[in-house]
Design a protein around this ligand. Structure first.
Ligand code: GLN
Length: 482
């Protein structure tokens, strides 16, 4: 029994009796113990995982109703609440915070008999692209531990790529599911805004972020989406998806579909030459699958990174203001402080990136500057939306490299926030416009993974997963060198 099997293979194994949940979970825990000192995918582990697996095996044996995941180990980013467990957001600020309720996605996974194996590492409050901003130390890329795994859902991607879980949930505000998926050679989907409930996800920039499924195979991601999508009374932004089955017909192919190459994301000086050549190979593969390819220009893309950082810092400034040590925070003795100095002392427990964003977030919407920054950003966002709508009136899918650069070494970008922010140029458009986008692992060049990004129109996840599945089957990836 290999830990590298797909979610679908796991379920079949349980059904035909070749695997038990207990065996698989026990083997996973043993493997986690072995690789964690090197990879650091997790912030905390579930001490009851084995016991839960045993209870599920019992139900299988007794012929009782068993949920769709049959005890499958699934990891969860540590900005998603699990009742009674720590939810740290990889921040000193929430180091000892215990969530009083389950996120909707967690309730849904529990109802389907998943075993939540642990909470994964992230950049503090999901701000970053390398998991280097975790207050508890970075996660390492399993393909080469000198390289970052991407971020901010780096721990989730590492846990899946490093065979420490079959599936994972991350969150994607500007690429945080797709970027680490690309850097770690796994699949990551940012669903349409509103398709998956955000109830129980700690907000960073709630008007554009989504929880997204991650796995080693496209069909596994489709399966996970089946069980987390849909209307939730706790989140008024959610959409009724009529219980779509994203897995059925996933092998329908894309013959005759129109694919647009987004010019501004696939050319120019910021694009690494290795990434460019892998992207070219993926275009030939799409052509061989019978798709029609054309180039599409979205000239607003040039302004998206600036727009994204204006809008997200403004939202973060507001969302994170609750961490004032009065409502949420750590233990700080208030003796001898007046209000202002108390709050500013309390906030010193934020790391450097979160601090930078909160300062910016106070500035961009402030009187005298809002017109120059916030309102302008909102205008770019609506123009970009119009351009995407026009592109999807001509094309079924829009493609680009997921990230314009290869995974980089630790420390390479940490002191240069602008260089770091530019790594988001290909991913933020999906968040700013609400459309779904997926990263499909395509090649591993000189030991470093490269992913291809496919966007589809709003709520077209079924078609998007079919395209991703077709692309996946045109490539054979090497095994991760664990
Ligand atoms: N890199 C982006 C940021 O730092 C995206 C983060 C995310 O998607 N959560 O904001």
């Amino acid at each position: 029994m290999s830990l590298g099997i797909s979610a679908i293979e796991y379920i079949n194994g349980i059904k035909n009796g070749t695997i038990t949940a207990e065996e698989f979970v026990a083997k996973t825990i043993e493997h986690i113990k072995k690789v964690e000192p090197k990879l650091h995918a997790f912030i905390s582990l579930n001490d009851n995982a084995l016991e839960q697996a045993r209870a599920i095996d019992k139900k299988v044996k007794a012929g009782q109703n068993v949920g769709a995941f049959y005890g499958m180990p699934i990891s969860i980013k540590d900005n998603i609440c699990i009742k009674g467990g720590k939810t740290t957001c990889a921040s000193r600020m929430l180091e000892n915070y215990t969530a009083p309720y389950d996120a909707t996605v967690v309730s849904k996974l529990n109802a389907q008999d998943a075993v939540i194996i642990g909470k994964t590492n992230l950049d503090e409050f999901a701000m970053g692209v390398a998991t280097e901003f975790s207050a508890f130390g970075p996660s390492k890329n399993p393909w080469d531990t000198e390289y970052v795994p991407g971020g901010s859902s780096g721990g989730s991607a590492v846990s899946v790529a490093g065979l420490e879980s079959i599936l994972s949930l991350g969150s994607d505000t500007g690429g945080s599911v797709r970027n680490p998926a690309s850097f770690c050679s796994i699949v990551g989907l940012k669903p349409t805004y509103g398709l998956v409930s955000r109830y129980g996800l700690v907000s960073y920039a709630n008007s554009i972020e989504q929880i997204g499924p991650m796995g080693r195979r496209v069909e596994d991601v489709a399966l996970l989406l089946n069980h987390i999508a849909g209307k939730d009374p706790h989140d008024p932004t959610t959409i009724d998806n009529k219980n779509q089955d994203y897995l059925s017909g996933i092998d329908s192919g894309i013959s005759g579909k129109k694919i647009g190459i987004i010019k501004e994301m696939s050319s120019g000086s910021g694009l690494d030459s290795t990434v460019a050549s892998v992207f070219k190979n993926s275009i030939s593969a799409f052509e061989k699958l019978g798709a029609k390819i054309e180039e599409v220009s979205l000239d607003m893309v040039e302004y998206t990174v600036a727009t994204y950082y204006v809008l997200t810092t403004a939202e973060a400034g507001s969302n994170l203001s609750r961490y004032d040590n009065l409502r949420y925070g750590y233990d700080l003795d208030s003796e001898g402080y007046e209000f202002k100095s108390y709050i500013s002392k309390a906030r010193r427990n934020f790391g450097p990136e979160v601090t930078r964003r909160m300062i910016l977030g106070g500035f961009v919407p402030s009187a005298g500057f809002a017109g120059k920054y916030l309102l302008k950003a909102l205008k770019v966002k609506s123009k970009l939306k119009k351009q995407i709508e026009a592109a999807f009136s001509k094309c079924d899918f829009l493609i680009s490299p997921t990230v314009p650069v290869l995974p980089f070494k630790f420390g390479e970008k940490i002191d240069d926030p602008l260089a770091m922010y530019l790594a988001d140029i290909n991913t933020v458009t999906a968040n700013l416009t609400g459309v779904p986008a997926i990263s499909v692992p395509y090649e591993v060049k000189n030991g470093l993974p490269v992913g291809i990004q496919i966007h589809a129109n709003l709520l077209q996840e079924k078609q998007l997963l079919q395209a991703a599945y077709a692309l996946q089957n045109t490539t054979k990836l090497p095994e991760v060198p664990l």
